[in-house]
Design a protein around this ligand. Structure first.
Ligand code: AKG
Ligand code: FE2
Length: 267
């Protein structure tokens, strides 16, 4: 497979590993400190434009999702909890998902995802011994499309220790990626007052993370509430999402796939 269109002048993943050492160390330190790290201008501008055009062409086949949900991605609250408990704060989410099987194997995004030097870089940043592609037909590489008025609700990502996104096209206005670092230490160690502040818009600890086109972002979405604010203007915000695993052979839950992609991917 040909090399993915990374800006190698800035990110010398094509050289011996020492060349990337300082960049990896800085990203790792930022991830530890802020719960996210950014690698701006990761893909070449031409590749970003091409990937955005490819996603735009696939948008008609993307699965629309629209629901009220709490930060655990549940559509129903818990009547046994107080009304203002995070479980009972339901917020609107609306966007469309382009599943991995719609993207050709030759797409820039898949070439990046399957390129081993890139996998090694991500593993070094997140502190994993080794990372493996996800084997689900739908989940490994997606593009989330946010049209006018679309947004995501404040949420935690599911079980994976980190989440990785690459901005293909920003919105004209809105569509900010907002993250509240460390709203929980673990699913059993939640800071409910902090979470409540975030969910009611009263927290001054929320960070707006810069997201220029071509920027790669790795974040601890499992322990830090985050959301995408409502998009304004006619340009669709296009965000690529990559899922790596810490062991080989991981596939998705068909029920989750049905919810996210409108199909199970199994037949
Ligand atoms: O679109 C974004 O910037 C964030 C997407 C997100 O929350 C996720 O992939 O978990
Ligand atoms: Fe997320």
């Amino acid at each position: 497979m040909t090399r993915p269109p990374i800006d190698f002048a800035r990110y010398p993943l094509d050289q011996d590993t020492a060349a990337m050492g300082p960049i990896i160390a800085e990203a790792r330190a930022q991830l530890d400190r802020d719960q996210y790290c950014s690698l701006p201008g990761f893909l070449t501008p031409e590749a970003v434009t091409e990937a955005a055009a490819e996603a735009t062409g696939l948008m008609g086949q993307a699965n629309p999702a629209e629901s009220l949900r709490n930060c655990y991605l549940q559509r129903q609250g818990d009547p046994s909890m107080p009304a203002d408990h995070p479980r009972n704060v339901l917020q609107p989410a609306r966007y469309r998902m382009i599943a991995a099987d719609l993207l050709p194997q030759t797409s820039h995004l898949k070439r990046l995802y399957f390129w081993e030097p890139f996998q090694h870089m991500v593993a070094a940043i997140v502190g994993a011994p080794k990372l493996y592609p996800n084997d689900d037909p739908l989940q490994p590489v997606n593009v989330i499309c946010y049209g006018p008025g679309d947004q995501s609700a404040w949420h935690y990502d599911s079980t994976n220790a980190f989440t990785m996104t690459l901005m293909l096209q920003g919105a004209e206005a809105g569509g900010a990626f907002e993250l509240a670092p460390n709203t929980r230490e673990s699913p059993d160690g939640e800071d409910i007052p902090y979470m409540t502040e975030v969910l009611t818009g009263a927290s001054d600890r929320v960070r707006t993370v810069s997201r220029a086109a071509g920027e790669l972002t790795i974040f601890r979405g499992c322990n830090s509430l985050h959301r995408v604010s409502p998009v304004a203007g006619s340009r669709t915000r296009l965000m690529a999402v990559f899922v790596y695993e810490e062991r080989p052979g991981v596939t998705g839950d068909p029920e989750v796939n049905q919810t996210v992609y409108g199909r199970t991917g199994t037949g």
